[in-house]
Design a protein around this ligand. Structure first.
Ligand SMILES: Cc1cc2nc3c(=O)[nH]c(=O)nc-3n(C[C@H](O)[C@H](O)[C@H](O)COP(=O)(O)OP(=O)(O)OC[C@H]3O[C@@H](n4cnc5c(N)ncnc54)[C@H](O)[C@@H]3O)c2cc1C
Length: 1077
């Protein structure tokens, strides 16, 4: 397995597969050193000849200048980009929150132009072009630090609010890539967690935490307090970051225009009293003033700026500090000042800018806290360098992405370090003399350059040249001290990977890791000890000689090594993989080693290895296979929280395939028992769980007692009645405790099937198992209508088994039609009504009855007659003196084919036989008395053998039985008012009675089918009963029910326009053999 280099779009997650080997994601810098020299920036369009399209999926955290420019460049190179930005879309809000203005000099303009001229043209109108910089030393003395002449014909700097810059960049992105399907931008989405090794991340949106699919690359463009950087710091021991708060605080004021006494085209820097300063820039939206001060420092009677709370006092105090701009400090400015929280800038310095799949850009990697005026340009330069390297080295030279990140670090780390030095000036280490000399030289240089002598001042050089920062910094080595050479940066970045080389050469190794098969892995105790406290202890013990268990000291010496040894208890393949990961952040392993590696990772507290394993192996189409999962459980000990959770979910959902593997036979009893007890276990039916327990027992001798104990995890009543009966017959059983216990449990479980015992939890199983059918993982099967393999739409109003097929009264269109449904063919043919030869013979088909023989009957409600259909011929079967009035149900029974019609809206039953008619049930009026019926138009009738009638007395929410000759009916189901209790019904519809008096009732209003045994006080659920719905375990207005010759329950699921069947599982000979064997 390996981490894929390319993916299509966002739906793809780590798909890992190379010839059965697993390559965990790279985690530190890979081998190889590459050129670093700063490269010419060129436009995306100029480079198309030298590189092919990139197919990387990239997650960019932060939609600041670095993130947006990177997105633009990567999208044009063919990547899929998802940007997550903590704040709202800058185009939707005011200036609040991003209120400061930036100066974009030559460097920034150049990087923006690498996208295309259009982007720069989009940005320009939102800014103000200025080429003047004035330093006000006092209200009267000002020096022009930069004038149009210093610009040497270059384009002026653009002064622009950060939010306006980002808005223009967003517009450009959406215009160019909005319709590509490769760009996704999520605002108000804060990156919270990142696994830098795998690229998996989660973002917080409001209260919600959303997990994002693993990306090939995660770009941390999330500013000075970068979450990506924090994730790297947490995962990589070699990563070093220094974040230092700069002294002083600042707030931003926005003036409608430049104060009148100042040049409106220039940037002005005022030094105020007490070390305060005001930096005022013209922008396209008035002027922006950055007010800086040092907390706790105040001047005479003036309060410190940080203490101001009252707008009026703020106005007065600011005017006193900065008299030159007092006129612009209005009441509104005072209010702005006190309403803002003071900000404090910080600097950031990292020893490398990448780790695993994560890479840092802009302020996230290096921040000067705004001091240099180059933060934005250097952030965007990072984006351009990274995009170009990826395009050329990954897209063109087909190098590994992670390798290219190393090249990026080597190129950009020196730039970041140099800019920070230049911004802060010589450090304390340079000594006071050099610092003083530097300040003096800077001032002299500034003045001399005004006379055309020497170089321009540093600020101008940074803004108006493209000289690399590292070169500018090296030119100042005299004042700052020596700046490291590129090789030193390279070696700093390579430090960690070098250790791996040393290990492979065996150099400086001072400990040997021993595998269970006797292989020796020389390693460095200091490296291992730095990984976790556990490994540190193991190293200490190894050094103290406490872990020399495998070989004697003599043997050790014979091997030419007297190094301390640590026994790992794992195979050579596992130890080798773990060491590879520790040293290089990547490891190759075949699938069957995963469990052992997981165990070592947990035992040694190697969190990042555990995480990497979890996200590589547990990814959607990744490495979790039945073999791996069964192998993990065969360990018989925890193997890490994340992987444990993924493996548990997998095994519960794929139990059978896991149980079919070899490691299953090694599962400890506790593991098997624990998993079988879960409500989440998905099995086709409970018979399957018993089969696996029986097989597990047979896989190893001496498991009889353990297997008996595991039997407590079987939910016996979930087995079908037929299985229980077969297994409780102990005749022919071997005399084993296992088979005997099975027989006992089966006998006991049969009681639950009577509905007389508390019911166990039903796992993922549904259906009326306690009514004899057993438990099915999914529920029923759709055999006709919506959701069935057949395409024909059906609205089943009544169903009847008919000579191995099913008759369905389809109410899709008036007046209805009778369809003969061929179950195996998933299709039907019309026997009456539309599509048949009897197309126009009926007015309103209300009910049907099948047989005897091949005849069937149709109750034609509006025509008030029952029609017998036989071999395509029709005949009225309701002839007699009693005329039908609003009939609703029909049943036919007996050798004389007596036709029973529930008539007069369900208040009476009339029997027709050989031209004679008589009322055989019900009264003269509808009612609820024992001699009355009140079925209504949806009432149904069922005629059992010998002329016993069952009437679904819908209006009375009961089923009545009228025996031949009886004057009153007996309630056999319901009769306790309308409701959903087990002893109640709600508007019962179709019914089906068995010879033993058991009645199945379509309990329409409760969306379920109930089974009432003869004489029972309550019914048991046979199907549905999980609320109205179209799940396979649900029903919606089931209007009719039948039981076929095999004992399967068939339901006319009218509300779902489908016919459902629940079949009892057949008794498996395999199961019988496994239990008895
Ligand atoms: C007062 C001040 C004045 C400055 N003046 C200049 C100047 O004149 N010229 C210049 O070049 N530079 C200047 N800078 C520096 C410049 O603003 C930054 O260097 C530049 O904006 C860095 O760009 P970036 O894209 O790396 O980060 P930012 O611009 O900081 O963008 C980071 C983005 O990431 C988002 N984010 C943060 N955390 C998360 C998270 N966890 N998940 C998702 N999104 C997140 C933020 O909301 C933000 O939108 C100034 C800075 C300051 C403070």
């Amino acid at each position: 397995m390996t981490v894929p280099r390319r993916r299509r779009g966002w739906q793809c997650v780590a798909a890992l597969s190379i010839s059965g080997a697993l390559l965990l994601p790279s985690f530190v810098v890979p081998q190889g050193s590459h050129g670093h020299s700063p490269r010419l920036l060129r436009r995306a369009s100029d480079r198309s000849d030298e590189s092919s399209t990139l197919g990387l999926s990239v997650l960019i955290a932060g939609a600041g200048p670095a993130g947006l420019l990177l997105a633009d460049r990567l999208l044009s190179a063919g990547c899929s980009v998802h940007i997550v930005e903590a704040r709202q879309d800058p185009r939707s809000g005011s200036l609040e929150g991003r209120a400061y203005a930036l100066g974009l000099g030559l460097r920034a303009q150049q990087t923006i132009r690498t996208v295309d001229d259009k982007l720069w043209e989009t940005i320009k109108p939102s800014g103000f072009a200025s080429e003047r910089f004035k330093l006000h030393l006092s209200p009267k003395i000002a020096i022009d630090l930069r004038t149009p002449e210093d610009n040497n014909g270059l384009e002026p700097s653009l002064l622009i609010y950060q939010s306006d810059l980002c808005s223009a960049m967003l517009d450009h992105l959406e215009t160019n890539f909005g319709g590509s399907g490769r760009l996704r931008i999520s605002f108000q989405s804060r990156l919270k967690f990142l696994n830098a090794a795998t690229g998996a991340a989660s973002v917080q949106k409001g209260e919600q935490l959303e997990e994002l699919p693993s990306a090939d690359l995660v770009a941390g463009c999330d500013g000075v307090n970068s979450a990506v950087r924090s994730s790297i710091a947490a995962a990589c021991p070699a990563f070093e970051v220094a974040q230092t708060k700069l002294p002083g605080s600042f707030k931003v004021l926005r003036f409608p225009q430049m104060p009148s006494e100042l040049d409106p085209t220039a940037v002005h820097l005022f030094t105020g009293k007490g070390g305060t300063s005001a930096f005022i820039e013209p922008t396209a939206r008035g002027a922006c003033a950055l007010i800086n001060w040092r907390d706790g420092v105040n001047v005479q009677e003036l309060p410190s700026l940080g203490e101001l709370q009252d707008p009026e006092e703020a106005r007065e105090t600011l005017s006193s500090y900065f008299p030159a701009i007092a006129e612009a400090i209005t009441d509104d400015a005072g209010k702005q000042f006190v309403s803002q929280k003071a900000s404090q800038a910080s600097t950031v310095k990292c020893n490398t800018y990448h780790f695993g799949r994560a890479v840092l850009l802009g302020d996230a990697a290096h921040s000067t806290g705004g001091v240099s005026g180059q933060g934005c340009s250097s952030a965007m330069k990072d984006s351009v360098v990274l995009a170009e390297l990826l395009q050329r080295e990954v897209g063109g030279a087909k190098r590994d992405t992670l390798e290219v990140l190393s090249m990026y670090s080597r190129q950009q780390v020196p730039e970041g370090h140099a800019l920070l030095d230049l911004s802060l000036g010589p450090s304390e280490k340079a000594g006071p003399l050099r610092k003083a000399l530097y300040n003096a030289a800077s001032l002299a240089g500034t003045l001399l350059s005004k006379l055309g002598i020497g170089d321009p001042p540093l600020q101008t050089l940074l803004t108006t040249s493209l000289t690399p920062f590292s070169d500018i910094r090296r030119d100042r080595d005299f004042f700052f001290g020596e700046f490291p050479q590129q090789e030193e940066f390279d070696s700093m970045i390579e430090r960690w990977e070098r250790l791996d080389l040393l290990r492979k050469e065996g150099s400086f190794c001072d400990v040997v890791m021993l595998s269970s098969d006797g292989q020796r892995f020389p390693s460095h105790a200091v490296v291992l000890a730095s990984c976790s406290e556990k490994l540190k202890k193991i190293m200490e013990q190894a050094k103290a000689g406490k872990l020399q268990q495998v070989q004697s000291r003599e043997e050790n010496a014979e091997n030419g090594s007297a190094k301390p040894e640590a026994v790992t208890g794992a195979s050579a393949a596992a130890v080798s993989a773990v060491l590879d990961f520790i040293y290089s952040g990547q490891a190759q392993l075949v699938l069957n080693v995963v469990p052992e590696v997981a165990r070592l990772a947990r035992r040694w507290d190697l969190n990042s290895l555990q995480e990497a394993l979890a996200s590589s192996v547990a990814s959607e189409d990744g490495g979790l296979t039945p073999d791996v999962v069964a192998g993990l459980f065969a360990l018989g000990e925890p193997f890490g929280e994340q992987l444990g959770a993924a493996a548990r979910t997998f095994v519960l959902n794929n139990f059978s395939s896991c149980a079919s593997t070899d490691p299953f036979t090694r599962w400890p009893q506790k593991v098997l028992e624990h998993l079988l007890k879960s409500d989440q276990l998905v099995v086709t039916n409970e018979e399957e769980t018993l089969l696996w327990v029986a097989r597990w027992r047979g896989a190893k001798a001496g498991r009889e007692d353990a297997a008996v104990s595991v039997l407590s995890a079987i939910r016996w009543p979930l087995l079908s009645l037929s299985t229980l009966e077969a297994l409780s017959d102990s005749k022919g059983f071997a005399n084993g405790a296992f088979a005997e216990t099975v027989a006992e449990r089966c006998k006991a479980a049969k009681v639950a099937h009577q509905g007389l015992e508390a019911l166990p939890h039903v796992r993922q199983g549904f259906c009326g198992w306690w009514s004899g059918l057993g438990c099915a993982a999914k529920g029923g099967v759709v055999i006709a209508g919506q959701g069935s393999p057949g395409k024909e739409p059906l609205k089943p109003k009544a169903i009847r088994p008919h000579e191995g097929t099913l008759l369905v009264l389809d109410g899709t269109e008036e007046p209805g039609r009778v369809v003969q449904w061929f179950l195996r063919m998933h299709s039907g043919r019309s026997l009456a009504g539309k599509g048949s030869e009897l197309q126009d013979s009926f007015e309103d088909m209300a009910d049907i009855w099948s047989g005897p023989d091949d005849a069937f009957y149709i109750l034609d409600r509006d025509a008030e007659r029952v029609v017998q259909v036989r071999s395509g011929e029709t005949e009225v079967a309701s002839k007699g003196t009693i005329r039908l009035e609003r009939p609703c149900g029909v049943a036919v029974e007996g050798p004389d084919r007596a036709v029973y019609v529930l008539d007069r809206e369900g208040s009476r039953v009339v029997r027709y036989v050989r031209g004679r008619s008589m009322q055989v049930a019900g009264g003269t009026e509808p009612g609820a008395g024992p001699g009355q019926l009140n079925a209504g138009p949806t009432g149904r009738i069922f005629a059992a053998k010998g002329g016993r009638l069952y009437i679904s007395d819908t209006g009375n929410h009961r089923v009545q039985r009228w025996d031949p000759g009886a004057k009153v009916g007996i309630t056999v189901a319901g009769g306790h008012g309308c409701g959903s209790g087990a002893d109640q019904l709600s508007h019962p519809g179709g019914i089906w009675a068995l010879d033993n008096g058991t009645v199945y009732v379509a309990d329409v209003g409760n969306h379920r089918v109930m089974k009432w045994r003869d004489g029972a006080k309550a019914g048991v659920l046979a199907a549905g009963g999980y609320g109205p719905g179209d799940g396979l375990h649900q029903l919606k207005e089931p209007v009719d029910v039948t039981v076929d010759a095999l004992g399967a329950l068939i339901v006319a699921d009218f509300g779902n326009a489908r016919v459902m069947r629940w079949s009892p599982p057949s008794i498996s000979t395999e199961l019988l053999a496994a239990v008895r064997g």
